[in-house]
Design a protein around this ligand. Structure first.
Ligand SMILES: *[C@@H]1O[C@H](CO)[C@@H](O)[C@H](O)[C@H]1NC(C)=O
Length: 435
């Protein structure tokens, strides 16, 4: 009974100590909280943020921000009420991304920024602590998880996860969550509440030198046999084998009647392949009885390695969050950002925001897609009719929309790999449309 009571108290303490450092749902006062950098690039290179619910949405009154001009840089940042550090605490960074355009190339990641930040000149060179979220360009489609690690060995202190994390590039809203766990220095990346990658921080980034190295004192013994097969000593070259020529004079050839020995020289039959020739001789191969397998270099502990018990503490002086992006085709939207030390808080926030709007948005998108397909079909019919009237040939390629593009249907993402492949096709088709 006593231990149960203690457990209950423990849980209570855990839930009440949760802190939310930042939320943003882009209400009508959003501009008073966010600063668009004025000194980052020339004014004409900087894209404008639209405040809108988008083309399809679950709630018309609930707006987000959207990139609205093609081939532009986009930047903006917002300060936290007070700075925070994730040392000894979990960190959860979560937000919603929707690519309403058929995305070809563009970033959609968020950054946790520190005291170095000058909001007016915030840009790609501004130091950050964590960068998280989708980045798509051509066939490169991934969810970035980059940590600044000042102790990193190499020149670049911003370390990318070793194996790319999948991302979503369809035209619906998706919830991206990064959860860093202090207790065991591990992480989890979730999209729409489902884990797409989790594991230990140490194993998933090159923070530390490797734990073991090949023993420099050891090398492959000179008598190590690592040849699996050997020539059969019992197999000897048959006598006379090398006497068989590769080609022979063609026995069926006859000297042409008009051959003039004085002018053309002595007639010789052309050479043809010898059917008895078997190529150069080589002995039969048999398994080598002395074969020991591939030699494996023994490893020893790396003297340069030491664990970092504070690997999770990658955001120790966060004072602001920001977006700093390049978009070829605009139309990416952001909404419902939360930064907290509790996954429960983030899950609760998503329930009140993202999940409430999801069904409605999907239904509206599907309707918009149907209308688009109908419209394109009608336009194609019209072109075909015109071509026939003018007696010109009409080919599918003359249409601004390819047939395959119209047949693409939004698929449910059951499997990340399959899903990515579908997206690949989808992108190519959207490219066709632009031509
Ligand atoms: C770390 O702890 C969490 C929560 O207990 C657990 O879900 C996760 O699998 C652990 N991660 C690793 C890499 O051990």
């Amino acid at each position: 009974m006593i231990s149960r009571g203690l457990l209950a108290v423990g849980l209570l303490t855990a839930s009440t100590s949760a802190t939310v450092y930042f939320t943003e749902n882009f209400d009508d006062k959003w501009e008073s909280r966010w600063v668009v950098p004025s000194k980052w690039k020339a004014a004409e290179e900087i894209g404008e943020w639209a405040h809108t619910a988008g083309e399809w949405f679950g709630d018309a009154a609930d707006k987000g921000i959207k990139t609205s001009q093609d081939a532009r840089f986009y930047g903006l940042s917002a300060k936290l009420a007070k700075p925070f550090s994730n040392e000894g605490k979990d960190l959860v960074l979560q937000y919603v991304v929707k690519h309403e355009q058929r995305l070809d190339c563009g970033g959609a990641y968020i950054k946790l920024l520190g005291p170095e930040l000058d909001q007016a000149s915030f840009g790609g060179d501004t130091p950050y602590q964590i960068m998280f979220g989708p980045d798509v360009c051509g066939s490169t489609k991934r969810t970035h998880v980059i940590f600044n690690y000042p102790e990193a060995k190499g020149e670049d202190k911003n370390l990318l996860i070793k194996t790319d994390v999948p991302t979503r590039t369809d035209q619906l809203s998706h919830l991206y969550t990064l959860h860093i766990m202090a207790a065991n220095n591990s992480f989890n990346v979730l999209i729409d509440g489902e884990s797409v990658r989790e594991g230990s921080l140490e194993e998933s980034w090159d923070f530390r030198p490797p734990k073991t190295i090949p023993d420099p004192e050891q090398s492959k013994p000179a008598d190590w046999v690592d040849e699996e097969m050997m020539a059969d000593p019992a197999d000897v070259k048959p006598e006379g084998y090398d006497d068989i020529p590769a080609t022979l004079p063609d026995s069926e050839a006859v000297q042409p009647e008009d051959w003039d020995e004085e002018e053309d020289g002595v007639w010789e039959a052309p050479m043809v392949d010898n059917p008895d020739y078997k190529g150069p001789w080589s002995p039969k191969m048999i398994p080598n009885p002395d074969y020991k397998g591939a030699w494996e270099h023994p490893h020893i502990p790396n003297p340069e390695y030491s664990p970092d018990p504070k690997l999770h503490a990658r955001a120790t002086e966060v004072t602001a969050v920001g977006f700093e992006l390049w978009q070829v085709k605009s139309g990416t939207m952001f909404d419902d950002i939360i930064l907290t030390d509790s996954l429960d808080e983030a899950t609760e926030y998503a329930k009140e925001t993202f999940w409430k709007k999801q069904e409605g948005e999907k239904a509206m998108f599907e309707k918009a897609e149907e209308e688009r397909v109908e419209k394109e079909k009608a336009e194609r019919e019209e072109m075909k009719k015109k071509a026939e009237e003018n007696g010109e040939p009409f080919e599918e390629g003359d249409s601004p929309f390819s047939v395959s593009d119209m047949e693409i249907t939004e698929d449910e993402d059951e499997d990340d790999e399959d899903w990515e492949d579908e997206e690949e096709e989808d992108d190519e088709n959207s490219f066709t449309m632009e031509l």
